[in-house]
Design a protein around this ligand. Structure first.
Ligand code: ADP
Ligand code: MG
Length: 410
């Protein structure tokens, strides 16, 4: 069976006009003789009547008390509304479809409500419906526990639904339709001349996504790469194929294109707090105690830098006060906090061992009078921590310095 999975994000299903474009892509896939599974997100972004954040705000207005299980029941409504609306619009066009909830589609998760993990996918029902010639519309972002409880998959969950179904159904492609032309060298909302990338490896995509490129969720890409299902990230508003995310070694013809690229893109993550702790001579076990305490309280730490006289790390702004209180109350430490910082990442599979990349980053930021509060590197990424107010300037400066607005920038 030649199967295609198409996923349409919130803005793609937001209005009758954008849904017309959705139907255009569905018709195109049917004309190409695909058996079609369509995954949809809830309609629109925050403020739109049936968007996920709007549903959440109904509870916040009451003070926010709602058990996670019940929160998932509420949140799962957004995708149901979107899926059934699309089904009716397809019926108007004479296209038969069936709507399946995550559970009905065979997506089984653990019982970690609001952020559940998929444990298996049983695509039997989907196959049955496809065999009857129907377009199968699946509500994204949700699954069901073994005992029938509805769960949701956390942020970016519809991307995960799409690639998990792609893997289970051995689809030819998973197409992630969104409101940009593909994966770009930087967030187009920040860098005006960011350019779409024709191809990226799963590895590059995971790195970009982990460091803040929110165009697709990293978990979704990790799932796709388990069986090398090619993913295309593309615009709902055009017929362009967008960015192909695939495995370099499987696609020999791509080697030249990808291998030469030094920097793939620049990403940013706002709203982090830098925590600094002075270490006195002989306090050898302090590092262990600090990170153990953070772990005990479920606070995730990033950007860790340790030397004999200082410990520095970052936490999300909204966990900073809690982290500081733990250090004070449980370890008797008075930490130095620097709130509202941003992590700016220069990502590229080709960075490893190339001299001069860090020098260029420092040069780009110094030219703009941007102070580097902390830096770190791995073989694929160089991170710098800057003040929040410098974030946009920093991303633009790095994008310019590495000439990422030019398609052949290597
Ligand atoms: P959807 O609702 O379709 O899932 P998202 O908002 O999750 O859409 O993802 C699309 C958005 O990702 C774009 O509008 C863009 O602003 C943002 N984005 C951030 N970084 C990048 C990048 N490097 N390339 C493309 N888009 C990016
Ligand atoms: Mg998304």
């Amino acid at each position: 069976m030649k199967i295609l999975v198409q996923k349409f994000g919130g803005t793609s299903v937001a209005t009758p006009e954008t849904r017309k474009q959705v139907i255009h892509h569905i018709k195109q896939a049917l004309a190409e003789k695909y058996h079609l599974v369509v995954v949809v997100s809830a309609m629109g972004r925050n403020g739109a009547p049936y968007a996920t954040d709007t549903l959440l705000s109904l509870v916040r207005e009451n003070g926010g008390a709602l058990a996670p299980r019940e929160q998932d029941l509420l949140l799962s409504c957004g995708e149901l509304i979107s899926a059934t609306t699309l089904s009716s619009q397809l019926a108007t066009c004479g296209i038969a479809s069936v709507v399946l909830t995550g559970g009905q589609a065979g997506i089984i998760t653990n019982n970690q409500f609001t952020n559940a993990q998929i444990v298996k996918v049983n695509p039997k029902r989907i196959y049955e419906e496809l065999k009857q010639g129907k377009v199968v519309i699946v509500t994204g972002f949700q699954g069901q526990t073994e005992d029938g409880e509805i769960t949701t998959l956390g942020r970016g969950g519809s991307d995960t639904t799409a690639t998990a179904l792609g893997v289970a159904l051995r689809a030819q492609y998973v197409d992630i339709f969104t409101d940009v032309e593909g994966v770009m060298t930087a967030d187009p909302r920040i860098v005006e001349d960011a350019t779409p990338l024709e191809q990226v490896t799963y590895y590059e995509m995971c790195n970009l996504a982990f460091e803040g490129a929110k165009v697709v969720h990293p978990r979704a890409i990790e799932i796709a790469m388990q069986t090398n299902i090619p993913v295309r990230i593309r615009s709902t508003m055009s017929d362009h194929f967008g960015t192909l995310v695939t495995n370099r070694s499987e696609q020999n013809e791509l080697v030249g294109e990808i291998h030469d690229r030094l920097i793939t893109g620049i990403t940013q993550m706002a709203s982090v707090t830098q925590i600094k702790i002075a270490v006195q001579q002989g306090q050898f076990d302090l590092h262990l105690k600090v990170f153990q305490k953070m772990a005990d309280h479920g606070i995730s730490v990033d950007f860790i830098s340790v030397n004999p006289s200082e410990i520095a790390y970052t936490v999300k702004d909204d966990q900073a006060e809690q982290a500081a209180a733990i250090l004070r109350d449980e370890l008797g430490i008075e930490p130095l906090l620097h709130p509202n910082c941003a992590k700016v990442s220069t990502v590229g599979a080709g960075i490893a061992g190339i001299p001069g990349v860090m020098a260029k980053i420092v040069e780009a930021l110094t030219e703009e009078d941007i102070q580097i509060l902390q830096s770190a590197d791995s073989h694929t990424t160089i991170w710098v921590l800057v003040k929040g107010e410098d974030m946009v300037k920093a991303v633009r400066a790095l994008h310019r310095k590495f000439k990422l607005h030019q398609v052949n920038n290597h």
